[in-house]
Design a protein. Sequence first.
Length: 329
Amino acid sequence: MVPQFTDSFDRRFYYLRLSITDVCNFRCNYCLPDGYKPHGTANKSFLSLDEIRRVTRAFAAAGTEKVRLTGGEPTLRRDFTDIIAAVRENAAIRQLAVTTNGYRLARDVAKWRDAGLTALNVSIDSLDARQFHAITGQDKFHQVMSGIDAAFEAGFSKVKVNTVLMRDVNHRSLDTFLDWIRSRPIQLRFIELMETGDGGALFRKYHISGEVIRDRLLMQGWTQQARARSDGPAQVFRHPDYQGEIGLIMPYEKDFCASCNRLRVSATGKLHLCLFGDGGVSLRDLLQSDDQQTQLQARIAASLHSKKQTHFLHQGNTGVTQNLSFIGG
């Protein structure tokens, strides 16, 4: 049996965030305000279906229970449904999720569920259609909302919605969001705006701590829930009067990294030990044959010894991450 992936601080890794493309068709002002531009990498091709199959097989054999497909916009891959099926070949993968901007949900979500997708995160930063357009550069608010309805119709019992918290853009809209989830099984997740290499000025203008939301929730009778070992970093709150939940992702809070349980692989096959780390460890040369799995697992395990105890966002060090589509957020 392959040992569980563990780092020098005895953190165990049950969760893989796998980027399958860094291309995105939205132009969100906090990520790709000027639209997608290809990176000048030596190997610009994204992981093939077989490479995805091999890397997820290696992680599953070492204790990974959850895989999230990310991007860019992962559903832009023409073989996206095949990718879902390939990852689900691993019985050890109990949860297979995708983070999407939602523009293809209405058309394809039933097909994705049939292929084995178990969870959905949809990015919606405003419930006002005009503001949504201003943030994303796309007039697709009603299309995305219809996609969420389609997800429930396809059999998903819960949908997570990611909202990047921005000062004077949406941080005063809590009541509107709460009304929306009162009768809907949606976990609305407020994510603190994070500084990236390309986004320093925007960060200084719009960053606000998730504490402002947490304080209001606690005052209104919401209670924080326990976190399972393969859960992401959100602090989740529930209230008896609401079907939905609120999640808070606060990377600037003290000890945020102490419970880190996730690793990242980029769309070009690099292992990233932290979203805001320096560089990455190439895995691609060990994804060419099924016979390389032992070597692949050994390289990943050895790399974990250099994983740092925390990120350095408080010092303004954003590492290699120029924008959130680069590694997969």
